[in-house]
Design a protein around this ligand. Structure first.
Ligand SMILES: Nc1nc2c(ncn2[C@@H]2O[C@H](COP(=O)(O)OP(=O)(O)OP(=O)(O)O)[C@@H](O)[C@H]2O)c(=O)[nH]1
Ligand SMILES: [Mg+2]
Length: 211
């Protein structure tokens, strides 16, 4: 996979990804890390929905990722729900140091099922894995939930340490390419990552393209 060429805005595929989950789990920081590699300790709460774009090159195809970063605060729920319908993929994020944010995941999933497209691809993202000493959610519990709910994968990330953030978006892009009939070659970096803090739940076309 190559980095984005800012001079070239052409693309072969356009995928819309929505980030949902409780307030302060780190959705905006994850998007910023994906977009620019930057992290902010004093990130403001999102008002409504923010929009970011980054084009990835995967197996020679230019894949434009339109990322919709939604507000987790309850008062924005009506606005954020209106963005669900057009999403091809959804990342449901929780904070590994706050059990209540993990307990909310099912509620977010139900909202997605209610307002989103029927075949929307979902991944479960446990963020802030740099705060291991404060961990309240075991990765095994996340894998179990993701499996029960037919999600693509469970991953743990750190926006602060830039751990597995890029991989999470690339994984979504690869699976969406596969759904469009393209069998993409496995990513060697993702291969290593998936053995440690991530588990692919759904296997891809022609066997398993992730693990
Ligand atoms: N230690 C640590 N802190 C993080 C990480 N990601 C985000 N944070 C912090 O968590 C807080 C909330 O991050 P945001 O990205 O604003 O959370 P959000 O989910 O977008 O919140 P809303 O916009 O209200 O829905 C900020 O203080 C961030 O600095 C991470 O990976 N590790
Ligand atoms: Mg935010």
């Amino acid at each position: 996979m190559e980095r984005e060429d800012p001079q070239n805005d052409s693309f072969d595929f356009l995928f819309k990804i929505i980030l949902i989950g409780d307030s302060n789990v780190g959705k905006t920081c994850l998007v910023q890390s994906f977009k620019s590699g930057l992290f902010s300790e004093t990130q403001q709460n999102t008002i409504g929905v923010d929009f970011t774009v980054r084009t990835l090159t995967i197996d020679g195809r230019r894949v434009k990722m339109q990322v919709w970063d939604t507000a987790g605060q309850e008062r924005f729920r009506t606005i954020t729900q209106s963005y669900y319908r057009s999403a091809h993929g959804a990342m449901i994020a929780y904070d590994i140091t706050r059990r209540d944010t993990f307990d909310s995941v099912l509620r977010w999933l139900h909202e997605l099922q209610r307002f989103g497209a029927a075949n929307v691809l979902t991944a479960l993202i446990g963020n802030k894995r740099d705060l291991e000493a404060e961990r309240q959610v075991q990765f095994a519990d996340a894998c179990k939930l993701a499996e029960e709910q037919g999600m693509l994968a469970a991953l743990e990330t750190s926006a602060r340490e830039k751990q597995s953030v890029e991989e999470a978006f690339v994984m979504m892009a690869r699976q969406l390419l596969q759904q469009n009939g393209l069998c993409v070659t496995p990513d060697t970096d993702t291969h290593v990552l998936l053995r440690t803090n991530s588990r692919a739940i759904v296997t891809g076309c022609h066997g398993n393209c992730f693990i």
